[in-house]
Design a binder for this molecule. Structure first.
Ligand SMILES: Cc1ncc(COP(=O)(O)O)c(C=O)c1O
Length: 394
């Protein structure tokens, strides 16, 4: 008789990226050479001054347990950053929590806010890794449909209204810039979401991990900066993963009113206990040091975004929807007449190019593929060549 696994874990599903990676490994074992345009993994190096700060901290023996709320130096750097970049004031002693990436921040926020059966409203399509932690915390994901209008995915506000009025509605979870569709929510869109949050006494979890990767006139706004009422109902979740190319460092932070931060702190104290002390020192150096590196990375992504748009110009079957922010482009493949997962599979097996299917992110993503330009160079050039040729050959 094998050891039985808990019912709780049966609520969890692998992320789309991990499921596709398993399929890619099988294809590679059969001899298919693959190029991946799937992951949100920057190919850029963490800036040198951040690496040096970690090395100096290690040399100085900063290897003991960290303050579980986050080292005070880092919490102060987060507070200054939130004021400087987001126009939001938070008390580093009581309202900021340092987490093991945004992933842990989202988990802690959901654990702190949800009771069994509470509804979490989230845009559809959306980053699929929100689903399992919602279920683990006892919540019920409620997708709010969105449609691409004029090349830009927009939330259906009537659907949001209906869901927000439900007696079990508890949390709205958004991310802007929005993975996977690339929309950067405008001040009026955020204001409209914020009014629903305040009117129905909900909580807003705002995942702002792509905040610095913006194109053209797009401007990132943190909903917490819109009004004192909304700030009182918002949990900001952020991390250094994308802004500073630090995905493997596993460091992020949250900001929320004290009662919520205290509850999240209990969740953290009884589980991860926060990122390593020397990593927190490096994170403080990243947030308080020169920000030109983030701007330089954005320029690199902007050039890759243009490369994606140009690759699809005049394509007979597919249309690229270049994002307003982030490093994913949605590609509209409805003209193929095939489900997006079938298109993805055939691109992998017949053309050796790996992308994510839009339906992995929710039903409103059907008919699209998510193409990452987090990696550039030969990967992007050859991957786009295979992708555009593969789609034309379908
Ligand atoms: C929207 C969004 N939130 C959170 C994460 C995870 O972030 P972290 O590396 O900080 O855990 C990702 C990673 O791709 C993401 O796309």
């Amino acid at each position: 008789m094998p050891i039985s696994i808990s019912n709780r874990v049966s609520l969890l599903a692998p992320t789309a990226v991990n499921s596709i990676l398993a399929e890619v490994r099988q294809a590679q074992a059969r001899g298919i050479q693959t190029i991946s345009l799937m992951r949100g993994e920057p190919d850029l190096a963490t800036p040198v001054h951040i690496v040096e700060a970690a090395q100096a901290a290690l040399t100085a023996g900063r290897t003991g347990y960290p303050d579980n709320r986050g080292e005070m130096r880092l919490r102060e750097a987060v507070a200054l950053k939130l004021q400087r970049d987001n126009g939001a004031a938070y008390d580093p002693a009581a309202e900021i929590l340092v987490t093991t990436g945004a992933t842990f921040g989202i988990h802690a926020a959901l654990m702190a806010l949800l009771n069994d059966g509470d509804h979490v409203l989230l845009p559809d399509p959306v980053y699929d890794a929100y689903q399992s932690p919602i279920r683990l915390a006892g919540g019920v994901p409620v997708p709010i449909a969105s449609t691409p209008e004029g090349g830009r995915f927009t939330l259906n506000m009537e659907a949001l209204d209906r869901a927000a009025r439900h007696p079990r509605a508890r949390v709205i979870l958004i991310n802007t810039p929005w993975n996977p569709v690339g929309t950067v929510l405008s001040e009026s869109e955020l204001g409209a979401i914020g009014r629903r949050v305040v009117d129905h006494k909900l909580a807003l979890i705002s995942d702002e991990i792509y905040e610095t990767i913006l194109y053209g006139a797009a401007r990132h706004i943190s909903p917490a900066s819109l009004s004192p009422e909304l700030r009182e109902r918002t949990v900001i979740v952020n991390s250094l993963s994308k802004t500073y190319a630090m995905t493997g460092w596993r460091v992020g932070y949250c900001a929320a009113p004290k009662p919520v931060t205290d509850a999240m702190f209990l969740v953290l104290q009884q589980s991860s206990r926060g990122p390593a002390t020397f990593i927190q020192d490096a994170a403080a150096a990243a947030l308080s040091g020169p920000q030109e590196t983030a701007a330089a990375m954005r320029d690199i992504y902007a050039a890759r975004r243009t490369q994606v748009r140009q690759a699809f110009e005049g394509h007979p079957r597919a249309r690229a929807l270049p994002p307003e922010g982030g490093f994913f482009a949605m590609v509209d493949v409805r003209a193929t007449g095939l489900p997006s997962n079938e298109v993805r599979r055939r691109l992998l097996h017949e053309h050796g190019v790996v992308v994510a299917h839009g339906s992995a992110y929710g039903p409103s993503g059907e008919g699209t593929l998510r193409v990452s330009f987090a990696s550039g160079g030969a990967t992007l050039a050859n991957g786009l060549a295979r992708l555009t040729q593969g789609l034309a050959a379908l």
